[in-house]
Design a protein around this ligand. Structure first.
Ligand SMILES: Cc1cc2nc3c(=O)[nH]c(=O)nc-3n(C[C@H](O)[C@H](O)[C@H](O)COP(=O)(O)OP(=O)(O)OC[C@H]3O[C@@H](n4cnc5c(N)ncnc54)[C@H](O)[C@@H]3O)c2cc1C
Length: 391
């Protein structure tokens, strides 16, 4: 028998592929399992997740106990932060990737790195896979190549091309969990961080609200709440962003008005910029001034109570116009992918190509920040591997 014949070949050694391999040999110790990975090591993206801490799941996900049990079985205890986000006890994303890779090696799973699969064809009831310099045969194949987000970590949509070559469709793919471009923001705001509440409006209708820290950048805005907002922005129609408006409330639920009036009494002979300068970081104060429609040198004594009411409104709804999102290079996730009507949701087997399975980001799923995407990758990887080897 050729050494390159396997019961299951997993294309892609990321979060889904690594979990799949370990679950496969855990449940079917006799199975011949291999991972073909494009990069020079397994789990390159996994190492960068959660700002190096690996937010691997979330207490709010139904069935999260199975993810926790899987990690504990791999020798990786998990703990929650006070928002319900789950992290490895070590808080080390590289540590998680290396531990899983070591377990894979110990379990006798064949790992081929720098082995980008370039072609996949049917061979009898199985599959024939080609990398640049090798051929492999497998009874079952699991496509776990991720999507297009984070090309530096090996993800550039190869899985879509391979799936299409066997007749699958791919729904429109878009970068999500990414920064939002707002060309109208003054460049001087770059580097400012402000806590507040973001609201995304489609015309007059609020379609997304989240509080958090907003980071102002040279292109627009970033931060976890912005990443989550980006999913709603592109879903409507990413080529037609003009009906969208984003507002930032920098003091949600509270009123500045009493404070403003007190300052007004005190600084009666002073200027608008003096008033805002004590409240806000200087570039932010200037931005608020421009939205308020005042010059910094305008004497406060010339302002009317209506002007102060308008300032109060501005502070609760600083307006930005989004003109785009940062692309796949920066995105943490891909929206779109292999459509669900072509996949059996119970087994994750293709409805078009028996023996072909999908897991992770290649599927048409994307979740918010907070451990949802990694949990999904680990969960679907394990689910698909077991289904693939069960027949
Ligand atoms: C910077 C960053 C931080 C993130 N942080 C978090 C977080 O904290 N929590 C969270 O839930 N999510 C996070 N995510 C999202 C999460 O990492 C992904 O959703 C998840 O890794 C997807 O898993 P996957 O296995 O489907 O794909 P990936 O982990 O992307 O793995 C796919 C693998 O397939 C390989 N591959 C691709 N094409 C081929 C080919 N032709 N042949 C062989 N191999 C191939 C790639 O090299 C890659 O190793 C983050 C993403 C990024 C970019």
């Amino acid at each position: 028998m050729s050494l390159n014949i396997y019961d299951l070949i997993i294309i892609g050694g990321g979060a889904a592929g690594m979990a799949a391999a370990l679950e496969a040999v855990g449940q079917y110790p006799e199975a011949r399992v291999a991972i073909l990975e494009k990069k020079d090591a397994l789990g390159k993206k996994l190492r960068a997740t959660g700002n190096g801490r690996c937010n691997l799941s979330n207490g709010a996900i139904p069935g999260v106990d199975k993810t926790i049990a899987f990690f504990e079985d791999q020798g990786i205890p998990v703990r929650s932060d006070d928002t319900g986000r789950l992290y490895p006890f070590s808080e080390s994303a590289p540590g998680v990737a290396e531990t899983l890779a070591r377990r894979i090696q110990t379990a006798g799973i064949q790992v081929f790195t720098e082995a980008a699969v370039v072609a996949m064809t049917r061979k009898g009831e199985g599959f024939h896979l080609k990398t640049e310099d090798q051929s492999y045969t497998a009874r079952r194949v699991l496509l776990a190549t991720g999507g297009k987000a984070g090309p530096a970590y090996g993800c550039s949509g190869d899985g879509y091309t391979l799936a299409k070559s066997l007749g699958h469709q791919v729904t429109k793919t878009l970068p999500v969990l990414t920064g939002v471009i707002c060309e109208d923001l003054p460049k001087a705001l770059k580097g400012v961080r402000v806590k507040g509440r973001l609201t995304l409006y489609w015309e007059e209708e609020p379609v997304f609200v989240e509080a958090g820290e907003v980071q102002l950048t040279d292109y627009g805005i970033s931060g976890i709440c912005v990443f989550n907002l980006s999913r709603y922005l592109v879903y409507r129609d990413e080529r037609r962003l003009s009906p969208y408006t984003i507002t930032l409330d920098i003091y949600p639920g509270e009123s500045f008005y009493p404070f403003l009036m007190k300052q007004y009494d005190y600084f009666g002979e002073s200027h608008c910029l003096d008033l805002l300068g004590g409240m806000l970081k200087p570039p932010l104060a200037k931005w608020v001034l421009s939205q308020w429609g005042m010059t910094g040198m305008q004497p406060l004594k010339d302002c009317t109570p209506e002007d102060f009411a308008r300032l109060e409104e501005c502070l609760h709804a600083l307006v930005m116009k989004p003109s785009g999102v940062m692309g796949f290079k920066m995105a943490q996730c891909t929206a779109g992918g292999i459509p669900w009507d072509e996949v059996n949701p119970r087994t994750l087997e293709s409805r078009l190509v028996p023996g072909l399975y999908f897991a992770g980001e290649i599927l048409d799923y994307d979740g918010p920040c907070g451990g949802y995407n990694l949990d999904y990758a680990f969960r679907t990887g394990r689910q698909a591997a077991v289904a693939a080897l069960s027949k």
